[in-house]
Ligand binder design. Structure first.
Ligand SMILES: [Zn+2]
Ligand SMILES: [Zn+2]
Length: 631
């Protein structure tokens, strides 16, 4: 490679942008790049300057951009893709307490999950809790079930534990019931239900029916973190997302995520130049009945599009009014919308549209989608719809073909997530395999020409790991391996990746700067641990990034690139579950994984453990660890 700044780039037919001669910050070479750009789909080298691609092509195209200070990354023939963009996740809220969470994402057996819980309980200081906040489901465990309260009590006899399972239930151990003061005399909380024993005492199982308010409100009563810890905590979460090649996320907001109070961490990180991932955020009214007041107040403070290339406001949602929320508890019947729902949605939508605000709206079932479309079409008939407004339906698992046409006529887009990968078997048991096979009808959406962004809805229902979601799109299987979709409702690897890159950029209105590896766009990319386009389908979910670049900055590095990314500040408390386990637990390939998970699942009894110890399968120190032992 030449080091001179000769303008040979002109002879390659690439368009140089101003200031050729100043060297690039970062040059990637010897790569197998999927650019996502239809006009130039492949490349082997790219150069980034001032946070944007200045050359994408072959070695000779990037050579003129190399100077003495240019960092050159040799991809050694690895697959490189545009940075991934999750079009629906809840990052801002999660970041605040992420360092307090024990994540079961990816854990292959309940036995291992409980062992982690037990170990974590032993190192958790008095006054603190162990929290497992979603990102897992019974379908991923070899045992195919959730833990019992008895198992939580056994794993953590003294430390309060809260485990949430999707939007179905919260499991509290005895210590947590004591800490919250829940007794026989405590009435059921609004929207939820205590399971009680024969004496009327809550067992610790809290059912989130008909609304998940019980999950929000229980978690809100667990110990909080200081603003400084929230900053560090957010950085660790963003780093974990960078680990999988994510460079952008659309944050769908949520309950107990009030603007601007709970956005301060990401705002401060943006100001300090310490975000490692770009966030497009939404505003979510916090109190049922006061939605309009919230929106009116926020409209005085911020407008869609405000912000910069790292953090920008993108509109209202995913909640517009609480009354239309149809939570996706697939183990329970579909909730009916209250009679006031459409009237409230009408008022809120008119306020937003009248002020030029785009929005996204949570809608799981076709019944809710039809009700919302009736409202939107009425607004349009009144001449109050703003043409060209960016709006999205989120989830849409059971959307009908007719509704898809109506969404298209109104210029809407859809954000789908792999919630069915976590709850697909429960869904199929309730609605049948035939309905499950088209829930959501991904191919029908795409065939109609709708813009469809992919994502996860992490972390309370599903994991944030984008490769698990990409695997779901391509294989049509749940995290437990059950087949949901026939080939007619699956997509190619290329289409799935586009849904995770270009579609996300489209949904946030940033197609001109994001989504592909093209000259002029943001320098966001990931060097992958394995070639997404050629690995066996079963291995897609196991892909990670070895090097993630955002804005030309290396934000995450692993394997042979380890230590190329700048280190994160230390975790402020040594007992953090993240400090001990990290978050997503990567498991070995499927065959080995199943065998191991089953071994873990059956290794329950002390006798069995001693037998395994005798065979040298586990060390004696492991058996005797802790005051009552964690296995
Ligand atoms: Zn939602
Ligand atoms: Zn959501």
């Amino acid at each position: 490679m030449t080091m001179a700044g000769t303008p040979s780039i002109l002879s390659t037919g690439m368009t140089p942008i101003e200031g050729l001669g100043r060297p690039a910050e970062l040059v990637l070479r010897n790569a197998k790049i999927y650019t996502g750009d239809r006009a130039h789909p492949t490349a082997s080298a790219a150069a980034i300057r001032d946070g944007r691609f200045v050359a994408v092509g072959e070695e000779s195209d990037v050579a003129p951009h190399v100077g003495v200070a240019t960092r050159i990354i040799d991809a050694r023939g690895r697959r490189v893709i545009p940075g991934l963009n999750d079009s629906h996740q809840h990052v801002i809220r999660t970041g605040l307490r992420y360092l307090l969470e024990l994540r079961w994402d990816g854990v292959a057996s309940l036995r291992v999950a409980l062992r982690m819980l037990c170990e974590q309980a032993e190192r958790t200081p008095p006054g603190q809790w162990v929290r497992v906040i979603g990102g897992w489901s019974s379908e991923q465990f070899a045992e195919q079930r959730i833990p019992t309260i008895g198992e939580l009590n056994e794993a953590a006899p003294e430390t309060p534990v809260a485990v949430t399972h999707a939007y179905q239930a919260v499991l509290l151990n005895r210590a947590a019931l004591d800490a919250l003061g829940y007794t026989r005399d405590t009435p059921d909380p609004p929207g939820g239900q205590f399971v009680r024993n024969h004496a009327g005492v809550p067992t610790g199982l809290l059912l989130a029916t008909p609304s998940p308010m019980i999950i929000y409100s229980t978690l809100a009563r667990t110990p909080d973190t200081s603003p400084n810890v929230q900053l560090v905590s957010t950085r660790y979460l963003l780093n974990e997302l960078n680990r999988f090649g994510l460079t952008s996320v659309m944050d769908a907001a949520g309950g107990f995520q009030s603007f601007p109070d709970n956005y301060r961490s990401v705002m401060q990180l943006a100001e300090q130049g310490e975000l490692s991932l770009r966030l497009a955020y939404y505003l979510f009214p916090q109190t049922p009945g006061q939605e309009l007041e919230d929106f009116k107040r926020w409209m005085q403070m911020v407008r869609p599009g405000d912000g910069d290339r790292w953090l920008r406001c993108n509109g209202a949602g995913e909640n517009l009014v609480w009354a239309t929320n149809d939570y996706e508890n697939f183990a329970e019947p579909r909730p009916e919308l209250p009679p006031n729902a459409t009237h409230e949605l009408d008022t809120a939508a008119r306020l937003l549209l009248g002020n030029g605000w785009g929005f996204r709206m949570h809608a799981t079932y076709d019944e809710s989608i039809r009700a919302a479309l009736d409202v939107f079409e009425r607004i349009k008939a009144d001449g109050a719809w703003s043409e060209g407004i960016r709006w999205i339906f989120d989830h849409a698992e059971t959307v009908s073909p007719r509704s898809l046409e109506r969404i298209k006529a109104l210029g809407g887009a859809i954000s789908v997530q792999h919630r069915m990968a976590y709850q697909g078997s429960a869904f199929a048991r309730r609605y049948g395999a035939q309905q499950a096979a088209v829930s959501p009808p991904i191919r029908a959406m795409l065939d109609l020409g709708l813009r469809v962004g992919a994502g996860t809805d992490a972390p309370r229902v599903s994991s944030y790991n984008p490769w698990v979601s990409l695997a779901w799109l391509v294989t049509g299987r749940t995290v437990g391996g059950a087949l949901l979709y026939p080939p007619e409702n699956r997509v190619s690897r290329e289409v799935a990746l586009d849904m995770y890159t270009t579609a996300g950029a489209d949904l946030s209105g940033e197609s001109d700067v994001k989504g592909t590896i093209s000259v002029g766009k943001y320098g966001d990319l990931a060097v992958l641990s394995a070639d997404y386009f050629t690995v066996p389908e079963d291995d897609i979910s196991r892909i990670e990034s070895l090097l993630t670049v955002v804005d030309g900055r290396i934000v995450y590095s692993a394997g042979e690139y380890e230590d190329t990314a700048p280190p994160l500040p230390p975790i402020p408390f040594s007992w953090s579950p993240i400090a001990h386990y990290g978050a997503y637990q990567q498991s070995p390939p499927r065959g080995v994984r199943q065998a191991q998970a089953l071994t873990d699942a059956v290794a329950e009894s002390t006798e069995h453990r001693i037998w395994r110890e005798g065979r040298g399968e586990i060390g004696a120190d492991v058996v005797r660890q802790g005051h009552h032992g964690c296995y």
